[in-house]
Design a protein around this ligand. Structure first.
Ligand code: ADP
Ligand code: ADP
Length: 239
């Protein structure tokens, strides 16, 4: 099987079926780009993967471990909040709107989860955070607050924060759609660099050229299901 396995996932909001039976497998080291019209369920699927959104039916497993549940004979039993949080730290998540803690410095934003959710020693987490900041080109902004940074810089901090968990997979939810056009490139550049290192990524994006460039597999969603998955050239229209 794959690293990430999504099987028969359903999610409704009242009468609206946002996900209607999603099946998807992501292999280790693979970069998967999820594309599709607005409202097709891309964002709901990403949130379902790390259990930010509780699904109605189906399951998600990472490395054979269910994210929000434990198997009990033939039924699934919900995990405690604490256990969900622990498993969720194996999945990095980069939000559209950065979601940095405004009252913490850049460095504190990055070390928060490794220290408090993973119990790693603070000194070690800080050293690794500084390396990650250098990697996203922000070595000199460790002591800044998020509001002192541009959107592109904030998103690069958010990427460093996701990587600080040493996650098995990193999920990106339209990581550039809240940015001014001139800042998109610096964030796509960091993601592209990451894709080249063999990190497993799942990227929801409307940047089709970018998807073509970085993705090993493109997943096309429509009306709550995966309608097509394959190599970029077979799924995306040729220019
Ligand atoms: P996409 O990311 O492809 O634009 P979404 O996953 O955001 O699609 O949304 C899928 C559908 O579910 C849309 O019709 C959206 O309005 C609806 N939806 C998403 N989140 C919620 C929510 N929290 N409550 C109600 N409806 C929602
Ligand atoms: P995206 O399509 O990227 O998810 P949206 O603007 O559709 O962005 O959604 C932003 C937030 O609003 C999400 O958290 C989503 O769950 C929520 N949302 C989207 N549609 C609805 C809806 N119809 N009712 C309530 N919440 C919604």
């Amino acid at each position: 099987g794959g690293l990430l396995e999504i099987r028969g996932v359903h999610k409704s909001y009242g009468l609206l079926e946002a996900l209607r039976g999603v099946d998807l497998t992501v292999q280790p080291g693979e970069v998967a780009a999820i594309i599709g019209p607005s409202g097709s369920g891309k964002s709901t699927l990403l949130r379902a993967i790390n259990h930010l959104e509780k699904v109605d039916r189906g399951f998600v497993s990472l490395d054979g471990e269910l994210i929000g549940y434990t198997r009990h004979g033939n039924t699934l039993r919900e995990l405690t909040e604490r256990e969900v949080l622990r498993r969720r730290t194996r999945i990095g998540f980069v939000f559209q709107n950065f979601n940095l803690f405004p009252h913490l410095t850049v460095l504190e934003n990055i070390v928060e989860a490794p220290v408090f959710a993973q119990g790693r020693p603070r000194a070690e987490a800080e050293a690794e955070a500084r390396e990650l900041l250098a990697r996203v080109g922000l070595a000199d902004r460790a002591d800044a607050r998020p509001r002192q940074l541009s959107g592109g810089q904030q998103q690069r901090v958010a990427i460093a924060r996701a990587l600080a968990l040493r996650p098995a997979v990193v999920l990106f939810d339209e990581p550039t759609s809240a940015l001014d056009p001139e800042l998109v490139g610096e964030v796509l550049g960091v993601i592209k660099e990451l894709a080249g290192t063999g990190t497993t990524l799942v990227v929801v994006t409307h940047e089709v050229g970018f998807a073509r460039e970085i993705a090993d597999t493109v997943v096309f969603m429509d009306e709550g299901v995966v309608v097509e998955q394959g190599p970029p050239d077979s799924v995306l229209d040729h220019p």
